[in-house]
Design a protein around this ligand. Structure first.
Ligand SMILES: Cc1cc2nc3c(=O)[nH]c(=O)nc-3n(C[C@H](O)[C@H](O)[C@H](O)COP(=O)(O)O)c2cc1C
Length: 320
């Protein structure tokens, strides 16, 4: 057993989370993660309206009675995203845990607080963590440079970023995110002061993730060298899987005069979700994966994955 402030606060059996994932974070996977004793988050912006999110929450509840949450990724978008409607759907559904990412959720906090919803804010620097806590978030999930998705622009690995954040925020529970994949990661994160871990690339390679088998197999085959940073010159860096498209984008962006327009077609998320996650065409678009893929060697069920991680964590603790 690993009891931490995270397991106590959210009533989960293990200190393991699965944060928001565009194209992956649907209710079925979130329910499987919950049933495994971990804390999963439905990714709100995949749903066209507050009502559609509400329906997905209700559908997830038919699959599990254990706790789960909702991720709100607060990013600027060409098409307006109905964030206020998502927030109200979360409150109306009785969900009590929200993971936010992108900008600080300042405007949503009063409604969440009034309704007993705890907010885990995911960010990528000590300064943003401190500022989010000042604004009132309850927990920080700190994403190291290893992470899939947006690692920010500071390039600080989790082995430094995590304890630095813990030191800066001694009263706030901190979750270690980015590069976490097994029982060793969990014990290491706890040793560095975290109350739990957040894993996403690892949960993509599970039986219940509704993405094409080719993607899961590619994650298993990949090493720590098989990710690429795109968007650097636009100060909107994303760590994605190495493939023909991500290498092409990185090549184009070596020229600092290139703008988003020059890579827009290649980067289109819709295209990647249809071609790669849906059809299994690994080179069909840009898809998100982290360096943790180097530590992923199988495609288990969520239940077996969480059980194996906890068993390994116990044996690492015993060895230490
Ligand atoms: C396929 C995929 C999609 C993701 N989409 C989102 C997203 O929509 N919002 C978000 O906050 N983070 C997103 N992330 C980042 C994760 O929530 C998490 O911060 C990161 O993956 C942790 O690193 P790891 O993959 O090494 O575990 C995504 C990650 C993956 C693998």
């Amino acid at each position: 057993m690993f009891k931490t402030r995270l397991t106590e606060m959210f009533g989960v059996e293990t200190p393991i989370c699965m944060g928001g994932m565009t194209g992956v974070g649907y209710g079925d996977l979130v329910a499987a993660v919950a049933e495994a004793g971990a804390l999963g988050f439905i990714t709100a912006h995949m749903f066209p309206s507050g009502q559609a999110l509400f329906d997905e929450i209700e559908r997830t509840r038919t699959m599990t009675s254990k706790p789960f949450g909702v991720n709100l990724t607060l990013l600027p978008s060409i098409n307006p995203i109905p964030y206020d409607d998502y927030r109200e759907a979360i409150i109306a559904s009785g969900i009590k845990i929200v993971e936010t990412a992108g900008r600080a959720p300042t405007d949503h906090l009063p409604r969440f607080k009034d309704n007993g919803v705890k907010v885990i804010h995911k960010c990528t620097s000590v300064r943003h963590s401190v500022s989010a806590v000042k604004k009132g978030v309850d927990v920080i999930s700190i994403d190291g440079f290893e992470c899939a998705g947006h690692p920010g622009e500071d390039d600080v690995g989790l082995v430094v970023l995590l304890p630095a954040t813990v030191d800066a925020l001694p009263d706030t529970p901190i979750i270690a995110s980015g590069g976490m994949a097994d029982g060793r990661s969990l014990v290491a994160a706890l040793a560095l002061g975290a109350e739990g871990i957040n894993m996403c690339t690892r949960f993509c390679a599970t039986k219940e993730a509704k993405i094409h088998e080719n993607v899961k197999r590619r994650i298993v085959e990949s090493t720590e060298l098989d990710t690429v940073l795109v968007g650097r010159t636009l100060r909107n860096t994303a760590r994605v899987a190495r493939n023909a498209i991500s290498e092409e984008v990185a090549r184009i962006q070596q020229d600092p005069s290139k703008t988003f327009e020059d890579v827009k077609e290649l980067m289109a998320g819709q295209r990647a979700r249809a071609n790669v996650l849906g059809e299994g065409d690994i080179d069909g678009g840009i898809w998100t994966s982290g360096q943790s893929q180097a530590l992923i060697h199988d495609i288990p069920s969520c239940k077996d994955l969480v059980a194996t991680i906890m068993k390994q964590a116990e044996s690492v603790r015993a060895r230490l």
